[in-house]
Design a protein around this ligand. Structure first.
Ligand SMILES: Cc1ncc(COP(=O)(O)O)c(C=O)c1O
Length: 388
């Protein structure tokens, strides 16, 4: 009870870049992409959708999204004024069904959003072919993935969305980046509300938040945070977006040092989990090791380790892992058309998205951060062995 891992997240390094030419330094960080910085990943996605909408004049702009995903995808679509059109997943995979994308893409489709699921990429190249036929943008939502080396070729979209939020690969407690291959995107992006950002007190508050965060993620302290009911840690709900704002200078100045920190992080935890699963040799009908089933490359970094397990066993496993403080998570509880408080967004949609629904009931993730100890690994091995 007094030991709880966070499902995700390493420490934040408070080493600020020299303020003299911050803009130039940041552009270099993502070279050859053009980079635009926002207050959140949701804002970056909304900006990408506005740009896609402005690039293709149509009466009723639509965006294609996976039926299982983060509710922020809907917040961004609603804010940008594009209608979300959902596509079911492949069976037991985090990928959209490409033939369903083909069926649903039409002349009103301004963008197809390909979501990288915890480090497992969508099949962007294939989807690009469908997008080209209807002249739509491919937006790669990489909120849950950041390349572990400076190999930006792993991003394949026209536009790439990054999140710097809590629980994301490069975590600065909030922020988003939009990367574009084409400089001309500038003329189509929405105007951003220039927040008054020079004030020192803001920087001081941010510094304090980072300090607190770095302390609280320790398993000996994190349990206290989980006891505070109004914080509702870990819940995913639909939050309408109010505006698009720029990223604060205080956050921007930490980006380079935290990307470096992320790259220096070893992949030991995910490799150990993968070895445990190899040793246990659990049948595919009892447990699907998603990174393995999706043939994820050895050097790809996972934000969390995702598994699919029959719902009842998954719920039991979740309960014991939680009791032991081992940081499991079951992500989003339902498909995007069924989340509460979205009014009549899907009133005309009678699809049931059976594979996405099944996925939502069977997914469980294990932490891949570097605070997992040898004792924790022994517990994982023991608890997973009951599934075989
Ligand atoms: C796939 C995906 N897209 C977008 C977002 C939104 O990012 P942010 O929390 O920075 O607004 C998230 C956040 O969880 C996400 O998982």
């Amino acid at each position: 009870m007094f030991y709880k891992h966070t499902p995700v997240g390493n420490r934040i390094r408070y080493v600020a870049s020299d303020g003299a030419d911050l803009t130039g330094q940041l552009q270099q960080l993502f070279d050859p992409f053009k980079s635009i910085f926002y207050d959140s990943g949701t804002s970056a996605l909304a900006a990408a959708l506005v740009a896609a909408k402005r690039s293709k004049q149509c009466r009723k702009p639509e965006v294609i999204l996976p039926a299982y995903g983060c509710p922020d995808l809907l917040s961004a679509a609603v804010f940008a004024g594009v209608k979300p059109i959902l596509v079911d997943l492949e069976q037991n995979r985090p990928w959209m069904q490409i033939d369903e994308i083909e069926r649903k893409a039409n002349r009103d489709t301004v963008a197809i959003v390909c979501v990288n699921f915890l480090g497992i990429p969508e099949r962007v190249e294939q989807i690009r072919g469908v997008a080209a036929r209807v002249n739509a943008f491919v937006i790669e939502d990489s909120a849950q993935y950041f390349p572990h080396t400076r190999d930006y070729d792993s991003w394949k979209g026209d536009l790439i969305v990054l999140s710097l939020g809590r629980g994301k690969p490069v975590n600065l407690l909030g922020g988003g980046v939009l990367l574009a291959r084409d400089d001309a995107i500038d003329t189509r992006l929405p105007e951003i509300e220039k927040a008054m950002d020079s004030a020192k007190p803001k920087e001081f508050r941010y510094r304090l938040k980072v300090l607190l965060y770095n302390r609280i993620i320790s398993p000996r302290l994190y349990w206290i945070l989980l006891k505070v009911p109004f914080l509702d840690i870990g819940s995913t709900v639909y939050k309408p977006m109010a505006n698009i704002a720029p990223l604060s200078t205080a956050t921007k100045s930490l980006l380079a040092s935290n990307i470096e920190l992320y790259r220096s992080d070893r992949l030991d935890t995910q490799r150990n989990l993968s070895s445990i699963l190899d040793e246990l040799k659990i049948d595919q009908d009892k447990l699907i090791d998603l990174p393995r089933s999706c043939e994820l490359g050895e050097g790809s970094k996972l934000l969390r380790y995702p598994l699919l397990i029959a719902q009842r066993e998954r719920d039991n496993l979740l309960q014991v892992l939680e009791e032991k403080g081992l940081g499991p998570s079951v992500m989003y509880p339902t498909t995007l058309n069924r989340i509460p408080n979205i009014d009549d967004l899907f009133a005309e949609d009678s699809d049931t998205y059976p594979h996405a629904t099944n996925f939502s009931k069977r997914i469980i993730t294990l932490p891949t951060h570097n605070r997992i100890t040898p004792r924790d690994f022994r517990q994982f091995k023991l608890l997973l062995s009951y599934l075989s």
